[in-house]
Design a protein around this ligand. Structure first.
Ligand code: PFF
Length: 457
């Protein structure tokens, strides 16, 4: 990020040096574990195609319009989300309590950061497993045992979780934006290439037809309210929408950058990567008679089987998990930076202190997730949810949709029409009308209907 000469409404934090940088960091926030780890396991656990259909609809009708709203609000406010929302509410003669939406976002980011770091830690270990040849010619049972044994060792998980938190704080503390830009620039294309290779491998060696059927032939009789709620949560999670992270990135966005096409491209890329991960994984799942409903371990037990069999697999395995780690790292910036920024501005403390506090809370909370895979595996909240599932469910399926709903109401109903029209600066009038229709009616009503689905389905 470079500080430019401030103009009428410039963020205190400087601006992205170009449109490309914004594209990179916003795509970096969107693309991460959500695409490659969470999407396949959620789709697998929720029956496949019907989940995916609802997920795609949520991306189009809720995710994208709210993403645009968040970036637009961030750019107009130019401060941290709490202060921006307060200012924008004052501008619109509305209650300053809208600032609470900023705090809601912060809480959501903190919860997500805590478990995200634990899973990102797994990728460290898997880079090592991959390069040391642990997957070579391993049978599905051996790969599964490797994973189970790994999870059974909380000390190891703690080490990697701590390493990931440290890595995230490093970016926030030393402002290595230039380095980060470079990382994102090579991670994205390489990730696409590697996923492409994995899909080709799945076509050749997996049960392609069964995989395709599972992913694209919906069986609506299986759809329950859990499916639709999970699909909505996943759509928001993957686009990084509803937690004010994108608002923060919008605050650094220069005024003259057209955001509509940029954000559509990011959403398209994000969706494509998730679908490719599904195409790479499910044919393998069916070829080896594994369970699609394996849960959070799905990626870690299917792809290593493929790597263990394919030519150059040892090399690709290490690279793949390294890329996944980098993708997670660039998403982690979108948790750690907004939280740090909020503490700095709210309590007037140094960046170092703020980052340390954020890191410590996320680290401590993450220990609950980490233990839920071993020592606490049998403790179930309300008889249903282990710690990880509870925190993820709360953040992704409840807080993100509430955040998205409130952002939609604020951008569509509270903010003055002229202001949102001006700030979005879409190139065609119909585009603005479409966005406004989606943000005022379609997105909020869909979220409410999905929340009400336990009463309907
Ligand atoms: N979109 C990220 C992923 O798919 O991994 C996760 C994420 C980032 C969620 C930022 C929420 C957020 F605000």
């Amino acid at each position: 990020m470079e500080t430019q000469t401030p103009n009428a409404a410039t963020s205190r934090h400087g601006l992205w040096s170009s449109r490309l940088v914004f594209i990179l960091v916003a795509a970096g926030a969107a693309i991460g574990l959500g695409n490659i780890w969470k999407f396949p396991f959620m789709a697998g656990a929720n029956g496949g195609a019907a989940f995916i259909l609802v997920y795609l609809a949520c991306i189009a009708f809720i995710g994208v319009p709210v993403l645009m709203a968040e970036v637009m609000l961030g750019r107009r406010g130019r401060l941290n989300p709490v202060a921006s929302l307060k200012q924008l509410a004052l501008d619109a003669d509305a209650s300053v309590h809208w600032r609470l939406l900023g705090y809601l976002g912060a809480l959501t980011l903190l919860l997500i950061f805590s478990f995200y770091s634990v899973i990102s830690g797994w990728t460290f270990a898997y880079i090592k497993f991959g390069w040391s040849g642990a997957f070579n010619d391993a049978s599905p049972d051996e790969v599964a045992t490797l994973f189970t044994d790994f999870l059974a060792n909380p000390k190891m998980l703690l080490l990697w979780h701590t390493a990931f938190i440290a890595m995230s704080l490093y970016t926030v503390l030393f402002g290595v934006q230039r380095g980060l830009e470079r990382v994102i620039r090579f991670v994205m294309p390489l990730m696409l290439i590697l996923l492409g290779l994995l899909v080709i491998y799945a076509v050749i060696a997996g049960d392609w037809m069964a995989g395709m059927r599972f992913l694209f032939t919906p069986d609506f009789s299986q759809v329950t309210y859990k499916t639709v709620i999970a699909a909505m949560g996943q759509a928001l999670f993957t686009l990084a929408v509803g937690a004010s992270a994108m608002m923060v990135y919008g605050a650094y966005l220069p005024k003259n950058v057209p955001m509509g096409s940029t954000l559509l491209t990011i959403a398209g890329l994000d969706t494509a990567i998730a679908l490719m991960a599904g195409l790479a994984i499910f044919p393998i799942v069916f070829a080896y008679a594994l369970s699609p409903a394996e849960g959070p371990g799905l990626v870690f037990v299917t792809l290593p089987i493929a790597f263990g069999q394919m030519p150059w697999g040892q090399f690709f395995a290490g690279i793949f998990f390294l890329l996944l780690l980098f993708a997670a790292w660039t998403s982690a910036l979108s948790f750690a930076e907004p939280l740090t920024m909020l503490l700095i501005e709210r309590f007037k403390i140094s960046r170092k202190k703020a980052a340390m506090i954020v890191g410590f809370i996320a680290w401590a909370l993450g220990i609950g997730t980490l233990l839920s895979f071993n020592v606490w595996a049998d403790y179930k909240l309300f008889g249903h949810w282990d710690f990880f599932t509870a925190i993820d469910g709360l953040a992704s399926n409840i807080l993100l949709p509430i955040g998205a709903l409130l952002f939609a109401v604020f951008a569509g109903w509270v903010m003055k029409r002229d202001d949102s029209h001006d700030e979005l600066a879409l190139s065609r009038q119909w585009q603005y009308r479409l966005w406004r229709f989606l943000i005022r009616y379609v997105a909020p009503i869909s979220i409410l209907i999905i929340f009400a689905s336990p009463l309907i389905l």
